[in-house]
Structure formats: structure tokens, C-alpha cells
Design a binder for this molecule. Structure first.
Ligand SMILES: Nc1nc2c(ncn2[C@@H]2O[C@H](COP(=O)(O)OP(=O)(O)OP(=O)(O)O)[C@@H](O)[C@H]2O)c(=O)[nH]1
Ligand SMILES: [Mg+2]
Length: 298
């Protein structure tokens, strides 16, 4: 199985060498993609230098802090485009233990299409304390009941995807924000009928450095939950593919584009659909463009 391990970095200069070492100890053949958002502490410069002698490492440096959700969105498209069999995503601050990666992949091999490392299922653990822990537990419980998805965990980024299945799912409508991005991905994959499983993990407090997720994110996540609740009531389950396969960004040449206005097309396509121009945003340089719609349905 050709596996890509992905992490996003913003000021993780001290953590990233340890993380890479531990990933390759756990999975020597894995390729690693890091998306760095011009970290002021030199994380990107360190990675770019390392990449010259480490063929398993791929680095994308973006021009500014474009957000965690958009980095993950880019990684999902990258894994599909480059023909990986599986994608593992995780934080760079050593909150997620690379020694758990083989268990995530075993769950994929055992039949899961998407696996979530779960802090809140029996056997899982979370080192958060106080209000952060209470908010995190509450948020995940509300998600479970509102969305009627039988999982204990929706918000952690420690996950594994079977790429053949991910490539069939329309996730072009998903926004690019922090916690709500992770919620929306679970929702989209569940709506598409994928086999979703959880495995217990221990979530550790970050090794060094500071949290970059603004507190506002939690409120944004709650608002998104309510939107998804209504979407779950109105949208039938469907599997469709919406791609911008032949498009590249006019500004930087990147093929990783995100649809700004959800198309919502789920009927047979007419010529007028195919001639439609829709607004897209580049996940690599943040430029906004108009692109011809290129849609196919499974
Ligand atoms: N590329 C990129 N990475 C980001 C951005 N924001 C956060 N990250 C990375 O995303 C991961 C998760 O962010 P954290 O700040 O650890 O968020 P958190 O885990 O909710 O907070 P803590 O528990 O306090 O660590 C880390 O690897 C960050 O370096 C961003 O805007 N761009
Ligand atoms: Mg963290």
C-alpha cells in the first residue's frame, strides 16, 4: 500500500524533525507531505533544505497563513492526484503518536474506507484539561446526536483515508476553516456511504510551541454543526465526483483548486452546465479565479 502521511505546520520548527523521525520509524516506506504556511520560525526553510536529500519528503510552502482546513483540503487533493493508496493526516506538534499510524492503516486494510483516531471512545484518552476538555467532549457529543452518526470523535485530524473511496466523494463544497472542516469531512464521507471506523488513541498535549487555533473556531464549529444538521435533513445520500481536472491556477500553476460556490448539481448534466464558469480559489497561493466546470457523476 502506497501511503502518504500529511501534516500542516505553522511554527513547528522544534517538533517537525522529531515527528518526521518517528513517522519513518513507524513506517519506513511512507512518503510525507508537509504544507507550511511561511512559518516565521523557519519551519519551511528547514523542510525545504531537508527535502533536497530526503526523497520521501514533499514540501509545499504557501505564501501566508492560509489555514489548517485549507492545508488538509490540499493534501486530500494531492493524495488523489498522485495516486496514493492511503492518506494519513496528523498534527505536527506530537499530539498524535506516529506509533499509532500502523493501527490506522490496519483498519483500512480490514475494510474501513475512513478511520478516525478517537480520544473519546472506550480505550481512548485526551490530555486536555479544564474548559478545553469540557468543550471538546461536549462538541463531539453534540455532533454525534445532531448528525446521527454513531462515532465518538469528529474533530481530531488524526485520520486515515482509502484514496480510491475518497476520490469518489464530492467534497468540493467543504469550507476551509479549522475544526468545522474536520466535522464537514466526516459528514461528507458519511453521506457518501463510506465505511467509517474509529480506533482509540491517546491525544497528548503539544510537545513544544503554542496553539494556533483561535478560540473563535469552537463557536464557528458549533454554527457549522447546525448547518450540517439541516443539510442532513434535506440532502439525499449521493456519491458524485466534481473535479477541476484540467484546470491549473493562472497565478501559481497549482492544480489544487477549491470551489467557492458549491455547485449542488446532482442531476444529469446538460451542455449549459458544462459551459458554466464557477468561482474557485487556489489552495496553494490563495488566488481567486473563474474556472469552467468539469463534472462527472459516479
Ligand atoms: N499550514 C498551516 N498549519 C497550521 C495552521 N494552523 C495550525 N496549523 C498546524 O496544524 C496543527 C494543529 O494546530 P494546533 O495549533 O496544534 O491546534 P490544536 O491542536 O487545536 O491546539 P493545541 O492542542 O493547543 O496544540 C499543527 O501542526 C499546526 O502547526 C495554518 O494556518 N497553516
Ligand atoms: Mg495541537
Amino acid at each position: 500500500m502506497k501511503t502518504l502521511v500529511f501534516t500542516a505546520t505553522y511554527n513547528e520548527r522544534e517538533n517537525i524533525p522529531i515527528l518526521l523521525h518517528e513517522i519513518w520509524q513507524a513506517l519506513p516506506l511512507a512518503e510525507v507531505l508537509v504544507v507550511d504556511d511561511s512559518s516565521p520560525d523557519g519551519t519551511g526553510a528547514f523542510l525545504t533544505h531537508l527535502q533536497k536529500t530526503e526523497s520521501r519528503l514533499h514540501v509545499i510552502c504557501r505564501p501566508g497563513k492560509l489555514g489548517l482546513g485549507s492545508a488538509h483540503s490540499l493534501a486530500m487533493r494531492y493524495a488523489i492526484r498522485h495516486g496514493y493508496d492511503s492518506l494519513v493526516t496528523m498534527d505536527a506538534d506530537l499530539s498524535h503518536a506516529p506509533t499509532d499510524i500502523p493501527r490506522l492503516l490496519q483498519a483500512l486494510e480490514g475494510g474501513a474506507d475512513f478511520v478516525i483516531g478517537s480520544r473519546y471512545m472506550p480505550g481512548g484518552a485526551c490530555d486536555y484539561e479544564g474548559y478545553r476538555k469540557r468543550l471538546s467532549v461536549l462538541g463531539n457529543q453534540v455532533a454525534k446526536h445532531l448528525l446521527q452518526i454513531r462515532l465518538h470523535e469528529f474533530t481530531t485530524s488524526f485520520r486515515a483515508f482509502k484514496i480510491s473511496k475518497l476520490a469518489q466523494v464530492d467534497f468540493s463544497w467543504i469550507g476551509n476553516y479549522g475544526y468545522s472542516f474536520f466535522l464537514e469531512v466526516v459528514f461528507a464521507l458519511h453521506q457518501a456511504g463510506l465505511n467509517i471506523q474509529e480506533i482509540p488513541i491517546h491525544f497528548y498535549n503539544r510537545h513544544t510551541g503554542h496553539s494556533k487555533i483561535p478560540k473563535l473556531e469552537i463557536i464557528r464549529g458549533m454554527r457549522k454543526l447546525v448547518q450540517l444538521f439541516f443539510r442532513s435533513k434535506t440532502q439525499r445520500k449521493k456519491v458524485s465526483t466534481i473535479q477541476f481536472s484540467k484546470m491549473t491556477c493562472k497565478n501559481c500553476g497549482s492544480p489544487y483548486l477549491y470551489s467557492l460556490k458549491p455547485t449542488g448539481i446532482n442531476q444529469p448534466l446538460t451542455q449549459s452546465h458544462k459551459d458554466m464558469l464557477i468561482a474557485v480559489q487556489c489552495l496553494q497561493c490563495d488566488a481567486k479565479l473563474n474556472a469552467p466546470l468539469d463534472v462527472s457523476h459516479a
